[in-house]
Ligand binder design. Structure first.
Ligand code: IMP
Ligand code: MG
Length: 421
């Protein structure tokens, strides 16, 4: 068997959580491969709205295995809270949650480092979620990181203190005096709690499962334009959010990658700093924010909103090898007279149709316009229920990307998902 991949093609918040939940019945295993609690994956079913940060979005479907892969960074305090909340609404985590021993721990001091770095950067700050993600991944490459499997070793505390004292040297250099001893206490208590869950050597587990013909869906977090190598650097997250991250974040060969589902919001949003060529700072942008309830699921920050950017989308499709597109939040676009799509950027007086070396350069979008639709589509159940203008918008996306649109999401609930025929 091959491992299918589902990831966001924009700046995150494309609606990955909902779509994973919808696709889970087709799979035996759902696995997260990168990122950490900077992610906020929202699911809605039976009038329950639930946000996941670290746990894969297949957790509310019975008898499905959910793996936190080696490429993920875990804050035990947040994970414990997530476990408690998910158990309350009936998830069987003792049975269905599997944690890679090689997943990395986010230490309490990583959260402080995130803050110290952002304060130091001032106006140039990244707009980090401040969950310690960047500093944790930095320590991975600096070879100072603690793996969650280390908690079972006798020298865990020694290792912890060694890395912590390294962080303290950095704080001294930055004249940063904040501490979080209370959080540290909670952190150790949460680790004790988590010890009773299932730990696996996930690379072997995943490859054995593929050999045994189990179906696996890898669930991406953040979006391709936040990828540490290919995103709008330095305004990115610190992991590889693209398909390549599946290979390193779960330990599977590129030969084993099957379908790549690219999740695309029908318009664009971004939370945090950094370039966003199609951003709308006017009432249209505000209308998208209000209708789409565009506020961060992790931080509550208002998201920046704008039109679909075909140039950036095609770049993401290229990087990921996307085989199927899934469009989300189409219902939010209902009611506009016209819908705009950027098909090029004007840079230094010249029009280009690709993402340039530095997205932070001055890029003015070149738009094409399509007729909008006025009807409420949130109750549509099948392709033939959809307004012709929306079908034309989907066709337009397929023509411009060369990739078929397989599903359309017309609302936040599990049931508001249409297979496009
Ligand atoms: P960090 O990964 O928390 O350090 O954040 C780095 C950048 O990525 C900031 O602009 C964040 O707002 C953004 N970011 C991180 N995680 C997410 C996410 O799950 N959705 C959307 N944006 C995110
Ligand atoms: Mg999110």
């Amino acid at each position: 068997m091959k491992i299918d991949v589902l990831l966001g093609l924009q700046w995150g918040d494309e609606g990955k959580g909902k779509i994973v939940d919808v696709l889970t019945p087709k799979y035996d295993i759902i696995a997260r491969f990168q990122g950490g609690p900077n992610a906020g994956h929202t699911l809605e079913f039976n009038n329950i709205k639930h946000v996941l940060h670290t746990i894969p979005s297949g957790i509310f479907r019975e008898d499905k295995i959910n793996i936190i892969g080696n490429g993920v960074v875990i804050d035990p305090v947040i994970l414990k809270h997530e476990i408690d909340e998910a158990v309350k609404i009936g998830a069987n985590l003792k049975e269905n949650l599997y944690i890679s021993r090689k997943a990395q721990l986010i230490m309490p001091t990583h959260r402080l480092l995130d803050k110290a770095y952002e304060e130091y950067k001032g106006a140039n700050k990244i707009g980090s979620t401040l969950k310690g993600i960047g500093p944790a991944y930095t320590d991975k490459t600096a070879r100072l990181a603690l793996k969650i499997g280390d908690i079972f070793k006798d020298n865990f505390l020694e290792k912890y203190n060694c890395t912590k004292s390294h962080h303290e040297k950095i704080f001294a250099g930055y004249n940063f005096n904040e501490t979080n001893e209370e959080y540290e206490k909670e952190w150790f208590a949460a680790l004790e709690f988590i010890k009773s869950y299932k730990f696996i050597d996930s690379e072997k587990f995943v490859n054995d499962a593929l050999k045994a013909k189990k179906t696996i869906l890898a669930e991406g977090a953040q979006g391709s334009l936040l990828d540490v190598d290919f995103g709008s650097y330095p305004f990115v997250t610190s992991s590889n959010t693209t398909t390549s991250g599946v290979c390193t974040g779960l330990g599977v060969s590129p030969h084993k990658v099957g379908e790549v589902y690219g999740i695309v919001k029908a318009y664009c949003t971004r939370v945090g700093s950094g370039p966003f060529p199609t951003e709308l700072s006017d009432e249209t942008g505000q209308a998208l924010r209000d209708k789409g309830f565009e506020y961060g699921a992790t931080t509550g920050r208002p998201r920046r909103c704008g039109w679909l950017d075909m140039v950036a989308l095609n770049y993401s499709i290229m990087l990921n090898g996307v085989t199927k597109i899934i469009i989300t939040k189409a219902d939010v676009l209902s009611g506009f007279d016209t819908i705009k799509v950027a098909v090029g950027y004007k840079m230094n007086g010249e029009i280009i149709d690709y993402v340039p070396y530095d997205m932070n350069d001055d890029l003015e979008p070149v738009y094409e316009e399509l007729p909008g639709w006025k009807t409420d589509i949130s109750d549509c159940k099948k392709t033939s229920d959809l307004p012709i203008e929306l079908l034309n918008y989907l066709k337009y996306i397929t023509v411009k990307t060369g990739v078929k649109v397989k599903y359309l999401s017309v609302g936040p609930d599990r049931t508001q998902t249409i297979k496009i025929k």
